[in-house]
Design a protein around this ligand. Structure first.
Ligand code: ANZ
Length: 802
């Protein structure tokens, strides 16, 4: 008796695919290319997690299907390998991070191969390979040359007890992840990238791509473009303009006080005139301890200090109003100062209530019961020449007015900030800049790239917050590329986001030494047709890489404005206890165990069958067993196969329907329903007890993307020509998608007593005749007279008897 032994089958096919480079893509202009992409992993010491195969299998399914449809598919994989965990592990265990990385990659790669992904391994990239980061450095230099990289004093997270600069992910609830001490900020001169210069295009070009709506929305909110005005208020009896940013210039007659950020420079300028300067200073210290995020929380209790000794003049009505400092106004947004309109802004309203400031409504909504705050529909009142206008009209009129009187101007603001691009760490790409006393910052000569990380014994963090590279004289000391005099290298390294900002370009030509990728490869393969990844990458990685791509487009390096034509996202796989998998909860499932105990095809099938691809789904061992059982049945289907090169009549319609459904579902992330329909077809085949070779062949091809090893094996065993991966995807016959006959429920006095097989468009007489011949119906009519017939063709037949 044949027995399903996935371990043997799977190893055999994986070896074949490897040796024959079955999934290698080469440029072929006669073929349509298809470029699916999944986020390359960080090769951690823990190895692959069952979360990884979910998106990898999903796009593997699409990749395999498209190949069978004749497309030239490039489905690459690589390693996003710079980063903290490796560095920390290396420091702790005294192994060089490059060795740790190499070992982890080997492990990850073996795991991926054991799951049978059809990755084109000839395209593999590794962000820590000097031949790769040479080009990451090259891109940085181009950014610098185009004025998009600059140095600025920025705070870094600093642990005063470990004496070390921390990455954001090492700060948990304001405390150092290692020792638990309160994290403070240390100001450091850091490299910044001007992503803000691309803010408008990053929003506007979203119209040209096919991203899930929630991804577009998140990106737009993150960039946070708002349209408003900057308006100058003056200080009473002083020659000073206090500039505010407002999105609601229409409400200016309702501005009853002003608020400036505790860090506002005006405070220093007028310190001699502020009578309660001690209170102000105390409040400044209090505000310093909070993050911007905490400060802008709506629910936060409002605090503040009113300045004694200076006040402001509302430029529109000439009224004198007080100035407060409060931490709900951030120095980093707009102008760091606001006009407060408590009647129409929630935070101003709370503040005014707490400190008893006047509240003057300036918009009438015609509904007294509406809350007074946050109203932007209605008619202006208490507003002199704006009275009677709509909010929109009043906004425009006020902007016109302030521009005319030179009191301010229209202004667009963004929440997005420039990207802090320096890390004081060893395990990252060295920033290829040199400081010369005479010439300032100078980029390294391009022919000297890559600037390699020095291979040294100690790459431990320093106790002065500088990068470990700063302690390596041979690295630091160099000469100025302009004058040749002694100069010093930048010792900060790039953040982990650098290498992943352009990896999809390198995949198209990973070994090119002359360029980041050849023009021919980029012209042929890019843009990525379909990029799937986690929602957690929407506002960082996805935005960063769109920014780099647009820049590369501007300097003529890439042929398209956008890197990814389509973006989808998947849900997380939870533990069996419905909690996030974590070592401490003991609910982690290791994919290696599933592959060993059930086989890779079962793992793949289960991860696709687990539920809606976009939603989170809890792991279930029962579910795994169910999928294994299903594949065993497929394996045994072989015993039912008889000769025949057409579909079996009884299931011909169902087969055509299944081809259609599976083909569509694989393309629209509905893997679970695709598999469900394959299960239904299998059951029907088992019910009729024998199938033709043609039935079998179609079944194997449809299932192949999900269970590639099993289907290849059966293909070979039955003796179909070549390998399954060389055949073509089946098409369905439009005219054979619907049954001519249907199952019609028949009621007697309103109760269903039987179903009858009947032509879809049969008339009433025919339906009644067939029903009357049914034994169950006969029994229920029991010789009584049918006095009324209700017949809805295709739906129901009801016989009323008495
Ligand atoms: C008066 C006003 C009246 C406002 C009203 C809103 C409603 P977005 O849309 O997020 O750009 N604001 C300006 N600068 C600020 C800062 N540095 N910190 C905190 N808040 C600041 O929000 C712009 C609005 O947020 C501005 O418009 C200002 O309050 C406030 F009925 O001005 B508004």
């Amino acid at each position: 008796m044949r027995e399903y032994n996935p371990n043997a089958i799977e190893k055999k096919w994986q070896k074949k695919w490897d040796e024959n480079e079955t999934f290698k893509s080469v440029i072929d202009k006669n073929k349509k290319k298809f470029y699916p992409l999944v986020e390359f992993p960080y090769p951690s010491g823990q190895g692959l997690h069952v979360g990884h195969p979910r998106p990898y299998t999903a796009l593997d399914i699409v990749a395999r299907k498209r190949r069978l449809q004749g497309e030239n598919v490039i489905y690459p994989m690589g390693w996003d390998a710079f980063g903290l965990p490796t560095e920390n592990y290396a420091i702790k265990n005294h192994i060089h991070p490059s060795i740790v990385t190499k070992n982890n990659i080997e492990n990850f790669k073996a795991q991926m191969k054991s799951i049978g992904f059809s990755f084109d391994w000839s395209k593999e990239v590794n962000t820590t390979d000097p031949n790769y980061y040479k080009w990451t450095q090259w891109i940085f230099i181009q950014l610098y040359k185009h004025g998009l990289a600059y140095k600025k004093e920025m705070p870094v997270n600093w642990c005063p007890s470990c004496k070390v600069g921390l990455a954001n992910e090492e700060v948990v609830d304001g405390k150092c992840e290692r020792c638990g001490s309160e994290v403070t900020h240390k100001v450091k001169n850091q490299w910044m990238l001007k992503i803000t210069e691309y803010a408008d295009r990053l929003i506007d070009d979203l119209d040209e791509v096919d991203y899930e709506e929630k991804i577009k929305t998140q990106q737009k909110n993150w960039i946070g473009r708002s349209h408003g005005a900057e308006i100058n208020f003056s200080l009473k009896d002083k020659d000073y303009k206090l500039n505010v940013y407002t999105t609601r210039p229409d409400t200016i007659f309702g501005a009853t006080y002003m608020v400036i950020a505790p860090e506002h420079p005006m405070l220093e300028e007028f310190k001699d005139e502020i009578k309660n300067l001690d209170d102000v200073k105390e409040y400044q210290d209090f505000a310093k301890k909070k993050s911007d995020f905490e400060r802008s929380e709506l629910t936060k209790e409002k605090t503040g200090v009113m300045l004694d000794g200076i006040s402001a003049i509302n430029p529109i009505n000439g009224k004198e109003i007080p100035i407060w400092i409060s931490d709900y106004v951030l120095i980093s947004y707009g102008t760091g100062a606001i006009m407060a309109v408590p009647a129409h802004d929630d935070r101003d309203f709370e503040f005014a209530q707490k400190f008893d400031m006047p509240i003057v409504p300036v918009i009438d909504t015609g509904d007294e019961n509406l809350p007074t705050t946050s109203i932007d529909k209605g008619i202006l009142i208490n507003s002199d020449f704006l009275n009677g206008l709509s909010v929109e009209e009043a906004k425009n009129k006020m902007i016109e007015f302030v521009e005319e009187k030179n009191l301010g101007s229209a202004k667009v603001n963004y929440k997005l900030r420039d990207w802090v691009f320096s890390r004081q760490r060893y395990w990252g790409e060295p920033i290829p800049m040199i400081y010369c006393e005479e010439h300032g910052w100078v980029p390294e000569k391009e022919e000297n790239l890559p600037i390699k990380l020095p291979d040294v014994e100690s790459y431990e963090v320093t106790d002065d917050g500088e990068s470990p590279l700063s302690k390596i004289d041979e690295f630091v000391n160099t000469t100025c590329p302009i004058c040749g005099k002694p100069a010093k290298r930048e010792t900060d390294t790039m953040p982990q986001w650098a290498g992943s900002s352009w990896y999809y370009l390198r995949y198209t030509d990973p070994n090119n030494n002359e360029d980041l990728s050849s023009k021919e490869s980029l012209d042929y393969y890019t843009p990525v047709d379909w990029y799937n990844g986690g929602m957690e990458h929407t506002t960082l990685h996805l935005l960063y890489s769109r920014f780099w791509h647009k820049f590369l487009y501007d300097i003529g390096k890439v042929p398209t404005k956008e890197p990814y034509q389509k973006r989808t996202s998947h849900g997380m796989i939870l533990g069996e206890d419905h909690q996030k998998m974590s070592k401490s909860r003991g609910n982690v499932v290791n994919p290696d165990d599933i592959v060993r105990d059930y086989g890779a095809d079962t793992l793949r099938c289960y991860e696709m069958f687990i539920g809606d691809f976009r939603s989170t789904a809890p792991w279930s061992d029962e579910g795994v067993k169910g999928c294994r059982k299903y594949l065993e049945r497929v394996f045994n289907l072989y015993d039912l196969v008889e000769d025949g090169d057409s579909y079996t009549k009884e299931i011909e319609i169902l087969i055509n329907q299944t081809i259609k459904k599976v083909s569509e579902d694989y393309e629209s992330l509905k893997y679970n329903t695709a598999i469900a329909s394959l299960m239904t077809l299998l059951n029907e085949m088992r019910n009729i007890g024998k199938i033709t070779k043609k039935d079998f062949k179609t079944y194997l091809i449809l299932l192949n993307p999900v269970a590639p090893h099993l289907t290849e094996e059966l293909w070979e065993e039955i003796g179909f020509e070549g390998e399954l991966n060389e055949t073509s995807w089946p098409t369905y016959d439009e005219s054979k998608l619907e049954y001519d006959s249907i199952e019609l429920p028949v009621q007697v006095n309103g109760k269903v007593r039987a179903t009858i097989k009947i032509a879809k468009d049969a008339d009433q007489e025919e339906a009644v005749t067939i029903a009357e011949n049914d034994q169950n119906i006969q029994k229920n009519i029991d010789g009584k007279e049918i006095f009324k017939v209700i017949y809805v063709p295709g739906k129901i037949l009801n016989l009323l008897v008495k």
